[in-house]
Design a protein around this ligand. Sequence first.
Ligand SMILES: CC/C=C\C/C=C\C/C=C\CC/C=C/CC(=O)SCCNC(=O)CCNC(=O)[C@H](O)C(C)(C)COP(=O)(O)OP(=O)(O)OC[C@H]1O[C@@H](n2cnc3c(N)ncnc32)[C@H](O)[C@@H]1OP(=O)(O)O
Length: 266
Amino acid sequence: VWAAKAWREGDPGGTRAGRRPRAGSVPTGFLDVDVTSAPLALECLYTPWAPGTDSDGAPTPQDCPRVFSAGLDLTEMCGRNPAHYAEYWKAVQELWLRTYLSSLVLVAAINGACPAGGCIIALACDCRVLADNPKYHIGLNETLLGITAPFWFKDAYVNTIGHRASEQALQLGYLFPPSEALQVGLVDQVVPEDQVLSTALSEMARWLAVPDHARQLTKNMMRKATADRLLRQRDADIQNFVSFICRDSIQKSLQVYLEKLRQRKG
Ligand SMILES: CC/C=C\C/C=C\C/C=C\CC/C=C/CC(=O)SCCNC(=O)CCNC(=O)[C@H](O)C(C)(C)COP(=O)(O)OP(=O)(O)OC[C@H]1O[C@@H](n2cnc3c(N)ncnc32)[C@H](O)[C@@H]1OP(=O)(O)O
């Protein structure tokens, strides 16, 4: 995800925001940097979880080719205690709220698979450019894991692709291939793989050409109600998540899913 505030403000440090989370901290290797602090001319923000990013160093998009984000780290939701789940979910909320409400222009350059948590971060951006590769699916597939997308994931989906398409895709846990993602409006452009970044940068330039204050106020006007819905019930949402994820049946489903992923690899 590339974020830029204003090229003209200059970049003090070429800020690179992604780091693998410390245990019990931000869940996602993301947003160690306060993205609201200016001037951030250009940031590279890294997405929730991708195979191959478990080192201490900050991953780069090249470290995990074919994966934009594998979604939230399922190992954070399995076999832990309620306090861990609560802290984890609070951080997931924080990640989404900061991204969704960022006054920066955010363009998602999606160069790989983008399920669930990955999709929700892409949806929090202003615009999405997806590489044209039939393996690069995007969507909210939670039901296939035996879990439910939280209401604010659903809200972001509905805001983007509408109620009927969301209802169908959410129930089926459907992951859209690029052409369908474009057709339904889940992404804004599908381009050849080697043009993803350049297209994202062109999009960025287009958005930055608009007077910042007007664009920011408009963005906030469009997004406030959705964000407020979560802000009003953050604690209840955490409690729901914890009691849901602690259920034996849900733990079992997640373990089975993780095991399938591991076996598929072998
Ligand atoms: C009534 C309701 C009331 C209340 C509800 C309240 C709250 C709602 C509750 C819960 C909501 C929780 C929300 C979760 C959102 C999520 O994001 S869930 C995660 C969804 N992600 C996926 O399904 C992706 C699964 N992964 C893949 O499909 C592939 O890995 C992928 C296409 C991304 C990459 O493929 P490939 O390059 O071939 O890599 P591998 O498949 O070989 O994977 C390598 C290793 O990575 C492990 N792995 C993959 N994804 C994850 C993950 N998300 N978390 C942890 N680990 C993952 C995989 O097992 C391999 O591990 P190994 O190296 O073998 O140890």
